[in-house]
Design a protein around this ligand. Sequence first.
Ligand code: GNR
Ligand code: NI
Length: 167
Amino acid sequence: MARLNILEFPDPRLRKIASPITDVTGKIATLADDMLETMYAAPGIGLAASQVNVHQRLIVVDVSDEKNAPVVLINPQIVSTDGERAAEEGCLSIPGFYEQVTRPATIEVAAINRAGDPFTLVAEDMLAVCIQHEMDHLEGRLFVDYISNAKRQMIRKKLIKQQRQQA
Ligand code: GNR
Ligand code: NI
């Protein structure tokens, strides 16, 4: 197990579109494990491979209170959606900023698990929010893309300043 470095906005690598995973190898299973470790350590409720600079279609989530319900989704696809709901979102790649985002309330997702087997999942509440947020990362999309340009530019400037002070 290993903790991976998380890219931060406005790093252009967060804008790359991830490629489908053609073969669920041991390397992919290890990446999933490392991403879970990185997510729990952060701490966060989800992580997309794009955030750790691996541009393949893999996300991990765990929205449980006990942090004992990891879900690995490879090549996730939304099959259907229902309703709409606004929720406050944050992102490990945009530390310290939170904004309301409106998304479908309920989603059905088809994916492949860590063992390489297909499955489907119906998600609502925080799990639906989180899976959609992670799937956006695979498209190079971030929650700040749903807010005003002015707010996004302000966040961008503050994060660049913060990153300069860390370096
Ligand atoms: O840890 C996270 N919390 C969160 C809260 C509200 C909506 C989405 C998220 S996902 C985020 C981790 C992250 O950045 N995943 O990409
Ligand atoms: Ni995120």
